[in-house]
Design a protein around this ligand. Structure first.
Ligand SMILES: Cc1ncc(C[n+]2csc(CCOP(=O)(O)OP(=O)(O)O)c2C)c(N)n1
Ligand code: SF4
Length: 345
């Protein structure tokens, strides 16, 4: 039986965001940042010219992981921390599919930490959306591996003593080939980053700041609220100087040390020019996380920290199998009845 692949909504019209919505009741709390991420993905997908039937969303466990129910594509709500493993298997077997991984900070970085780093180093051509709300939402508000030190939660009543993960630094350290950050409250930026992530061939990782308004409301307020956003965020653009604070401040490098300069005294083109191919500078940028947390001096970067091409796992695997087929005429029956057999007693 042949399957008809529909690239349009079925009536000849191009796909729209509505075509990607399902009839399921969305069970996230009203006001949750997950809604915005869902909407931006549903808005971006019709522009990609990929049949819905070739699109798959794989999630782990958590609030964010309910995502595949809300997408009118193929999908799997898999097991805790293992969306990365399931998606890897799927991509190895079906490299033609467009695979997206939906995960939370607990799902990806606690129970799934191991699988997460191996996905990145293997560089399957998939897109990882980390819904980072710095809390366990589904289990009602325990601290997570991205919760800041001192965070008071039900499981850390006197404040967390844990040093948090820096997801960007972790992804760079695991040899990720596309490493970016965006946020639920900046829909245009999120859509742009989603498009760039999809365009990249290899594992694209996006750390998405997502407000959990029930258990961790305002965790990213410094970066999202109108009154503070300009002074605390830095939007990275390829080939553009690092400037922020309504174009009043810039960043320069003193050796490897980033320093904030006033644009009244320093011209913008004398500032650090962003080059997402420069891994050393991406690593310095990822460190803005800690400086900002400890001193509040440097803005938090958003955008593409690092992007570079490297062969994907599935391409190398397919190539190896095809090469082997040309030269090796091993017969499966012969192999099974050959000398390398053991008797199980
Ligand atoms: C094997 C296993 N261990 C623990 C749990 C409990 N559990 C469910 S979701 C979750 C963490 C969810 O946090 P996160 O990944 O940050 O997602 P969110 O709910 O915040 O979107 C935990 C610990 C589970 N379901 N299965
Ligand atoms: S608990 Fe938090 S993350 Fe989960 S649906 Fe509610 S607001 Fe969203």
């Amino acid at each position: 039986m042949s399957v008809q692949v529909l690239n349009s909504s079925g009536n000849g019209n191009p796909l729209t965001a509505k075509d990607y919505a399902t009839d399921q009741d969305v069970r996230w709390c009203p006001g949750c940042g997950d809604y915005s991420i869902l909407k931006q993905v549903q808005t971006v997908l019709p522009t990609l010219d990929i049949p819905k039937e070739k699109t798959v969303f794989v999630s782990g466990i958590g609030c964010a992981a309910r995502y595949p129910y809300y997408m009118n594509t193929y999908g799997m709500h898999s097991i805790h921390g293992r969306a990365t493993a399931v998606a890897s298997g799927l991509k190895a077997a079906r490299p033609d599919l467009d695979v997206w991984i939906i995960t939370g900070d607990g799902d990806a970085l606690s129970i799934g930490g191991n699988h997460f780093i191996h996905l990145l180093r293997r560089n399957f051509n998939v897109n990882v959306l980390l819904f980072n709300n710095e809390i366990y939402g589904l289990t009602k508000g325990q601290y997570s591996p991205t919760s800041p030190k001192g965070k008071v939660t039900k499981s850390t009543p006197y404040g967390s003593v844990d040093h948090p993960f820096n997801p960007i630094a972790l992804a760079l350290g695991a040899e990720g080939t596309f490493v970016a950050r965006s946020m639920d409250r900046d829909p245009k930026h999120l859509r742009d980053i989603l498009l760039a992530a999809h365009e990249h061939k290899g594992t694209s990782f996006i750390d998405i700041y997502q407000n959990c308004n029930v258990f961790n409301d305002g965790a990213f307020g410094l970066f999202t609220d109108k009154a503070t956003k300009d002074d605390h965020t830095l939007f990275l653009e390829d080939g553009k100087p690092l400037i922020f604070g309504k174009e009043t401040k810039g960043i320069k490098l003193d050796g490897f040390k980033p320093i904030v300069v006033s644009l009244e005294e320093t011209a913008a083109d004398e500032c650090w020019i962003h080059d997402p191919k420069d891994k050393i500078k991406a690593s310095i940028l990822s460190g803005f996380f800690e400086y900002d947390m400890n001193q509040g001096a440097l803005p938090r970067p958003f955008g593409i920290f690092y992007k570079n091409e490297r062969a994907t796992y599935e391409d190398l695997l397919t190539e190896q199998i095809e090469d082997h087929k040309k030269t090796d005429n091993t017969d499966l029956d012969k192999l099974l009845s050959g000398e390398n057999t053991w008797e199980v007693k």
